[in-house]
Design a protein around this ligand. Structure first.
Ligand SMILES: *Cc1c(COP(=O)(O)O)cnc(C)c1O
Length: 391
């Protein structure tokens, strides 16, 4: 390629999503090819033994993986990115890479539940101790830091209950004590929250959600600061992680349209959340983009937008009444995961140990897709009527 490669750092976030990683395409095509590849052949024994070519073995990187890694690093504003076959694989790889036996991990109490399970079983078995902390502690997290605390892990907003964390305050205190700060940035897709500008050293994402964006591919990403990258990279390569070529390509494709998709997810979610707030069946709406939702002021200070995922707490109702509402929704699907083009609604119970979730009524998590919000509201309205009739 003879044309100039754009200087990504000088470009606006939307432009970066379009431009990043395109240098891996060949023959004039807009998109890089999808490399299904393991073996790379070398011309000479000297070249083989030197192991210095840009591509040396499938797991060590292909043009497909380099393109998606470049695009995610540009999206997150980090130094560099590596991929994993799922969000959970990205998180476990990140934790295994930075933590060792005898060290202590401070984990937000609102963490994605499978991560809690990882801490309480596998990490514990390896001699890594986890303390769960109130996500709203902010700088007061200082009181929980021990001499052997290696990392503070944040997830903002928190899974299911949507608490917005004061990440810059946590990062300032953590760094003053020599701890790393890692963030699960899946909710914002790295587009609406710039982890590295807010003091994080590491940002992980379930690309499965908004990067893919079509409920058809799975992948995870680990993005590091320049200082944390060399150590992480070595451990990552030893742990044998990579991702499937077709899924990497679907992530790359999704990233190109991330800005327009997220903008519409937010627009629709604000309309639906605002409507839900007025309903007598609803006790509270947990969507930081709404002025009267918890966490709104921190969200406004630190975020560039809100994605389509939020929760609502209903007034007390029986399990049967909630089932009557959910079982017959036509547009809202019921299923795990989120971040695709379609709307979803699932009931949840929050698993907390450091804090107490009041559990005043049944809680629902909604993902607002790209449908017309008036259609979504009609579907929910009929559902809430079924709920009331049943109760
Ligand atoms: C879904 C999710 C994950 C895990 O991603 P998978 O690709 O399903 O393994 C991690 N963190 C958050 C916040 C998630 O929503």
């Amino acid at each position: 390629m003879t044309r100039k490669k754009p200087d990504l750092k000088s470009l606006a976030p939307e432009t970066r999503l379009v431009a990043a990683g395109r240098e891996y395409s060949e023959h004039g095509f807009v998109n890089p090819a999808v490399y299904h590849a393991s073996t790379v052949l070398f011309d000479t024994m000297e070249e083989l033994l030197a192991y210095k070519k840009p591509f040396v073995y499938g797991r060590r990187g292909t043009p497909t993986s380099r393109a998606v890694e470049t695009a995610v690093a540009a999206l997150e504003g980090g130094f560099a990115t590596k991929v994993a076959p799922s969000g959970m694989a990205a998180i476990s790889t990140m934790l295994f890479s930075f933590l060792k036996s005898g060290e202590h991990l401070l984990m937000t109490d609102t963490v994605y539940d499978p991560v809690r399970n990882l801490c309480d079983t596998v990490l514990k078995g390896l001699g890594i101790e986890t303390t769960y902390y109130d996500p709203l502690l902010g700088g007061a997290i200082a009181t929980l830091i021990r001499p052997n605390t290696r990392m503070v892990y944040c997830e903002s907003p928190g899974s299911l209950t949507m608490e917005v964390q004061d990440v810059p305050a946590i990062a300032a205190v953590a760094h003053a004590h020599g701890c790393l700060v890692a963030l699960d940035n899946t909710w914002s897709a790295g587009h609406f929250f710039k982890a590295f500008e807010h003091g994080c050293d590491i940002s992980v994402q379930a690309g499965t959600k908004y990067l893919g964006g079509h409920s058809d591919a799975m992948m995870g990403t680990i993005t590091c600061s320049e200082a944390t990258w060399p150590g992480f990279r070595k451990a990552y390569e030893t742990l044998g992680q990579f991702a499937g070529p077709d899924d990497m390509n679907l992530m790359l494709r999704g990233i190109r349209t991330l800005d327009v998709r997220l903008e519409r997810h937010m627009k629709n979610a604000v309309i639906v959340a605002d409507w839900l707030r007025t309903r007598p069946e609803v006790d509270s709406v947990l969507y930081p983009a709404l002025p009267n939702s918890p966490g709104h002021s921190l969200w406004k200070r630190d975020y560039r937008g809100a994605s389509g995922l939020f929760s609502v707490v209903l007034r007390p109702a029986s399990k049967g009444a909630v089932a009557a509402m959910l079982d017959d929704l036509a547009l809202f699907g019921m299923g795990y995961s989120w971040g695709g083009y379609e709307s979803l609604c699932v009931p949840f119970k929050a698993n907390r140990t450091a804090t107490r979730w009041p559990d005043t009524g049944p809680a629902l998590r909604l993902h607002i897709g790209l449908e017309n919000p008036a259609d979504l509201i009609s579907d929910l309205e009929a559902g809430l009527q079924r709920l009331s009739r049943h109760a």
